[in-house]
Design a protein around this ligand. Structure first.
Ligand code: DMJ
Length: 524
């Protein structure tokens, strides 16, 4: 101040000019920030919530070996893949080499890298994330002569890349997602616009799975594109993606539904249903999930999606959901007018879906759906608890005195699937009942004890055997979903709040599109 007083008037004027230029510069800089940093909704305050996460995890878990925590398990799964399977789609953790399945054709597209990216980011494993990003920048190329599953590539790759883009703001992920989406579009060139199950990324030729009823496309496959495709239109301004998925919705709305149920099979040439088989598990599952999530993702403005979901769930409750003699609520499968009293591990995701859809359900039935979610979570926990390994079988029965146990040898395996843990997490978020963390912790311990091997994590062939053999596959969804849901289960609710984020069916979080944005998509 003394110095200021001694300055001459002209010097004071110059000082004032410099000061005001500095202030203008600071204000101006805000407008040049990348778009991402201005979206309050996309800013999930990661640094703030990581610390509460670690504390709450300690509180919730009983003392156990230090390596038994989701981030440490993630590190082991990732490092093993990095060492033995880098660039391959998946890993064989016993043989310690790369692995792939027919869903990826004969490609080597690093499915595990793409699927794992957002989990690495959320867990704060930044070096690993950078490694993955570098591989994608330098190697991920979709001009390959490979016949891939449209559904799997959409949920794992497009979903994974979009989530990585929204979380990190790195353009490369968006660019790759759009490049890949372009390659999927030829799959929609069918007489009805219902896409083929598979498409050759190079030639664009599509076809359906040989095993599907009467050359049909699968409900859970063509019905699980909506979230990613709406985001693609939002990001690119290209209406084609939005139009393709809305066309599917319109076509389904016009069709008769036996008993109000959606059969799993639809012929893309004739537009007729195949076999009358309805399931909330394999072949049907994520179709229902995406109806609900389309509504949530639209900031609850897409009421057509919500109504379609409500009607579908009402029919499912009437025809497929029953209580066993032992009092366990289960979701069976509908086969040509007959209810099969069997539930799949895949079906267990529905507990979380019912809870997520409770708010906004018709006739003020929110309490009912939250309760239904809790009952499904309980049944699925029983399916784990009634095994030797405390891991759930692929399918379990409620018949002839059987309660939540598998009978056939080929239904006794556990392949690192996420659905039961996914439901625990949603139930935790909506109820904060500590039993869900307890159940999640049981799963952490069982997976770490029976599925961890020196080369990663492997599925097991028989959860009822005290001496199980391994299937020697580390599935990419183990890193994308199972470990992410476990991590979130022990984290603060402020990490990816459900009002702002909607998880695709592979657990890749995509932001809710606020009303104004939504209007932009509708008019594109
Ligand atoms: C995942 O790829 C997705 O969750 C999909 O919707 C069905 N199930 C597998 C994992 O079990």
């Amino acid at each position: 101040l003394l110095m200021l007083a001694t300055l001459r008037l002209s010097e004071k004027f110059i000082l004032l000019l410099i000061l005001s230029a500095f202030i203008t510069l600071c204000f101006g800089a805000f407008f040049f920030l990348p778009d991402n940093s201005k979206h309050k909704r996309f800013d999930f305050g990661l640094e703030d919530v990581l610390i509460p996460h670690i504390e709450s995890e300690k509180e919730a878990r009983p003392p156990a070996a230090a390596h038994s925590s989701p981030p440490c398990m993630m590190k082991h799964a990732w490092d093993s893949y990095r060492q033995y399977g880098w660039g391959h789609n998946e890993l064989k953790p016993i043989a310690k080499k790369g692995h792939s399945t027919n869903i990826f054709g004969n490609s080597q597209m690093g499915a595990t890298i793409v699927d794992a990216l957002d989990t690495l980011y959320i867990m704060g494993l930044h070096d690993e994330f950078k490694d993955g990003q570098e591989w994608i920048e330098q190697n991920l190329d979709f001009s390959v002569n490979a016949e891939v599953s449209v559904f799997e590539v959409n949920i794992r790759f497009i979903g994974g890349l979009l989530a990585a883009y929204y979380l990190s703001g790195q353009e490369v992920f968006k660019v790759k997602a759009v490049q890949l989406a372009e390659k999927l579009l030829p799959a929609f060139n069918t007489p009805t616009g219902i896409p083929w199950a598979m498409v050759n990324l190079k030639s664009g030729v599509g076809r359906n799975w040989g095993w599907a009823s009467a050359g049909s496309s699968i409900l859970a496959e063509f019905g699980t594109l909506h979230m990613e495709f709406v985001h693609l239109t939002y990001q690119t301004g290209n209406p084609a993606y939005y139009q393709k998925v809305m066309h599917i919705r319109k076509l389904l709305a016009k069709m008769d539904r036996p008993n109000g149920l959606y059969p799993n099979y639809l012929n893309p040439r004739t537009g007729r249903w195949g076999q009358h088989h309805t399931s909330v598990g394999g072949l049907g599952d994520s179709f229902y999930e995406y109806l609900l999530k389309a509504w949530l993702m639209s900031d609850k403005t897409d009421s057509e999606a919500r109504k379609t979901y409500d009607d579908a769930i009402e029919a499912i409750e009437r025809h497929l959901i029953r209580k066993s003699n032992g009092g366990l609520t289960f979701i069976g499968e509908w086969k040509n007018g007959h209810l099969e009293r069997k539930m799949g591990h895949l079906t267990c995701f529905a507990g979380g879906m019912f809870a997520l859809g409770a708010d906004g359900s018709p006739d003020d039935k929110a309490g009912h759906y939250l309760q239904l979610g809790a009952e499904i979570a309980h049944t699925c926990h029983e399916s784990y608890d009634r095994t030797v390994l405390k891991l759930g079988p692929e399918a379990f029965k409620f018949d002839s005195g059987l309660e939540a146990v598998a009978v056939r040898q080929n239904e006794k395996y556990y392949i690192l699937r996420p659905e039961v843990i996914e439901t625990y997490w949603y139930m935790w978020r909506f109820t904060h009942d500590p039993k869900y963390r307890q159940w999640g912790w049981e799963a952490v311990q069982a997976i770490d004890k029976y599925c961890r091997v020196s080369g990663g994590f492997s599925g097991v062939k028989d959860v009822y055997s005290s001496n199980p053999t391994y299937d020697d596959v580390q599935q990419s969804f183990f890193l994308a979903e199972t470990l992410k849901y476990l991590y979130l289960l022990f984290s603060s609710d402020e990490l990816l709040p459900l009002e702002n984020w909607v998880f695709n069916t592979e657990a890749h979080p995509l932001p809710v599109l606020v009303f104004l944005t939504w209007g932009r998509i509708l008019t594109s």
